[in-house]
Design a protein around this ligand. Structure first.
Ligand SMILES: Nc1nc2c(c(=O)[nH]1)N[C@H]1C(S)=C(S)[C@@H](COP(=O)(O)O)O[C@H]1N2
Ligand SMILES: [Mo]
Length: 259
């Protein structure tokens, strides 16, 4: 049996080796970005984030063929936000909708759907796994989150990306609360992490998060925020809502829901 110190030393060795190999693995972009260089150089570069990156967080989630796309993709949680401002945007097919990107960024900006669609994109056919035990395969097209973050520029203290949604859940015994989610920079810069505006080759329908939803394919369904209105870059999640980093995390779910 390894003692804890041995495991940590092994992870550090692996971190150093893999960091050296990053450009060869096609991650030039990642390794050349300022935040990543400063991350590797910092004391933190030797801890959690890099360990997780190198201990298996680099692999892509499996991708599927067109023939494997589910004939009917299930919608879960909110299927139509009842927020009046959202409904007004939906009525005009999101023509005046804009995504706000702010927080710890150099250039806070808002983007129209057309502007997002003009940025570097990715299409992927992936399996969505809900924590409730069902899965569906769908095809998603969206702007790469890395491209969006490069456009606004991350400040050196940026640590997490928070997605604020148009809908609230709850009621009954609990006051309604806004849905939100968050991921760290490692997941934000993954190739398959996109803000999707299309599903199965058509504009993203309302039940699946129109006009924009997160796809972070290495995690469970509840991380995939639908109806994203605002992307906020922060250094600390504890100041937002219940402090857990997401609507379901504030109610006990794991923040890192890796699959
Ligand atoms: N804004 C928002 N995002 C959300 C939810 C929600 O209720 N509201 N539900 C989550 C859960 S639990 C799952 S499984 C997926 C469902 O996505 P789908 O409706 O496209 O299947 O969205 C996630 N993102
Ligand atoms: Mo879910």
């Amino acid at each position: 049996m390894d003692d804890r110190g041995t495991i940590e030393r092994r992870l550090l060795l692996r971190a150093a080796a893999a960091a050296a190999a990053l450009p060869l693995a096609g991650c030039d972009k990642l390794s050349s970005s300022d935040w990543f260089r400063s991350l590797l150089a910092s004391a933190e570069g030797a801890n959690l984030r890099v360990q997780r990156l190198l201990a298996g967080r680099q692999a892509l989630a499996p991708e599927y063929t067109e023939a494997e796309i589910s004939p009917r993709f299930r919608s879960n949680g909110t299927s139509e936000p009842d927020d009046p401002a959202y409904q007004a945007l939906a009525r005009e097919n999101f023509a005046s909708w804009r995504l706000a990107v702010d927080g710890l960024v150099e250039r806070p900006t808002s983007f129209s759907l057309a502007e997002l669609a003009a940025m570097p994109s990715r299409t992927q056919i992936t399996r969505h796994d809900c924590v409730e035990g069902w899965s569906c395969i769908g095809k998603w097209t969206g702007v790469r989150l890395s491209a969006l973050l490069d456009t606004v520029g991350l400040k050196p203290n940026a640590r997490y990306i928070v997605f604020h949604c148009a809908d609230s859940l709850g009621g009954g015994f609990e006051a309604p609360a806004s849905y939100y989610e968050s991921i760290d920079l490692v997941d934000a810069f993954r190739e398959q992490t996109i803000l999707a505006y299309a599903m199965n080759g058509a504009a993203l329908p309302i039940p699946y998060g129109a006009p924009l939803r997160l796809r972070v394919e290495n995690q469970l369904g509840y991380k995939m925020a639908k109806y994203v209105m605002r992307v906020e870059v922060v250094d600390d999640l504890t100041r937002i809502a219940g402090g857990g980093g997401g609507y379901w995390e504030d109610r006990g779910y794991a923040w890192y829901a890796g699959i």
